[in-house]
Design a protein around this ligand. Sequence first.
Ligand code: UDX
Ligand code: UDX
Length: 479
Amino acid sequence: MRTQIKNICCIGAGYVGGPTMAVIADKCPHIKVNVVDINLERIEAWNSDDLNKLPVFEPGLDEIIKRTRCKNLNFSCDIEEKIREAQMVFISVNTPTKIKGVGAGQASDLKYVEACARQVAKYAKGHTIVIEKSTLPVKTAEVIKTILEDYQMFSTNDNAKATFDVLSNPEFLAEGTAINDLENPDRVLIGGQNEFAINALSQIYSNWVPKNKILHTNIWSSELAKLTSNAFLAQRVSSINAIGALCEATGADVKEVARAIGTDSRIGSRFLDAGPGFGGSCFKKDILNLVYLSKHFGLVEVANFWEVVVSLNNWHQHRISRLVVKNLFGTVTGKKICILGFAFKANTNDTRESAAINICKDLLEEGAILFINDPKVVPEQISKDLLVNENKTLKSIESQNLFNYEGSWCSEDNLEIAASNADAIIVLTEWDEYSKIDWDLISKKMRKPAWVFDARSVIDEKKVLAADLNLWKVGNGSI
Ligand code: UDX
Ligand code: UDX
């Protein structure tokens, strides 16, 4: 049976759902794509005339939205109606780590996924293919299938006549490069058993993805492959950060080490940048999921192996705040420190699990006064992450009188103002503009002796040192 899909609904208009559906709409003008979300504010932002106000910042996304919105791409809160119209429903809602109950701190909370499955069961008409887009623990497809099938079995409602197939189709996009990752994926993974459903989804992707890149697996391999892919990537980051700490202690330079090992084609050169520790919504959550799963199946050594990737990452973030304090004569109380970058990586406004959160919290706890600069992250988000509201009055206070305001922070777009009378600058996100700073000018504004802590290794070492600034560079013991 070959049915051409003409109508898709995606539940969840977040970092994954929004860009993924925008690209599908762009590549498949014959398909109507409806993205629905319970969050009205978010939907209004997706519908905003001002494309700078889209809820997700991704290079190239605005152009696609301009081309497709109100043609074959629509954003709304009409969950019921859009599910009813759809032949295929993507579930792309968030799956946070559980904070209480069984598996707290490790297992994924599937309450949103379950709620979506119930909505689909209730409103779908005819045959509907349900796609897991959210990253989920292995065997979640079974949960979704049970909810859908039991609804049909026990409901007296008309919709009980609907039939369902469930597929896993994990997303491998990385934020900041999402559009390119979606348009030119290394692979598209489709997990499932039913050939009709697999073909229907493959057909959509084959509008722009070469057939040999569309991989079919069983549903559990697909679910596990997503967790494993993120775990392997995160493990590389923790590995290089661990070696970076050793480089600092021994006088080696982690960039040189990374170049040397990266030329070994078995190791490869990507994902070997030492930094302030990995962030983002996926790595930690997915590894903890893997840990939980391993423990569940009695594989304690496997669980311990993966858990260390996360604990090393935590240790590394706190190591950075500790070394800042140590270099500033053991105290940052009442000292002004300028933070460059709050997003978990460049080219995104996302701060989830950003290393900046732990590092800034540590410094605030030590009594520092932070002036935080980020080209895309809004101050309201920083307040939420630090659990401390922005103190806007800091901006109007003469910098030499700031010491009274220990443990507070404000955002500052102007780098010269942010650096004025500061004892240190800490680079936490690799935004391009930070590699072009005029260090001569900035140095003149700072209180001496002044430090630059480059946790991303993106700034010009020679210029910083020539401007009479002290420099620490992640993983570099040779300065
Ligand atoms: C995604 C994946 O789906 C998640 O599993 C993965 O690990 C990280 O990336 P993401 O798109 O980043 O999540 O999440 P988020 O930006 O929080 O968006 C989820 C959206 O789903 C939110 O807008 C939320 O309002 C919406 N939602 C949640 C619903 O519409 N219905 C619900 O029942 C729950
Ligand atoms: C990741 C996966 O790459 C993607 O395939 C998956 O779908 C979602 O999770 P994302 O979290 O958006 O994507 O970003 P990624 O580029 O993987 O970076 C994650 C974190 O690792 C960032 O904090 C980044 O700064 C850090 N990182 C990455 C390093 O510190 N060094 C590196 O060499 C690479």
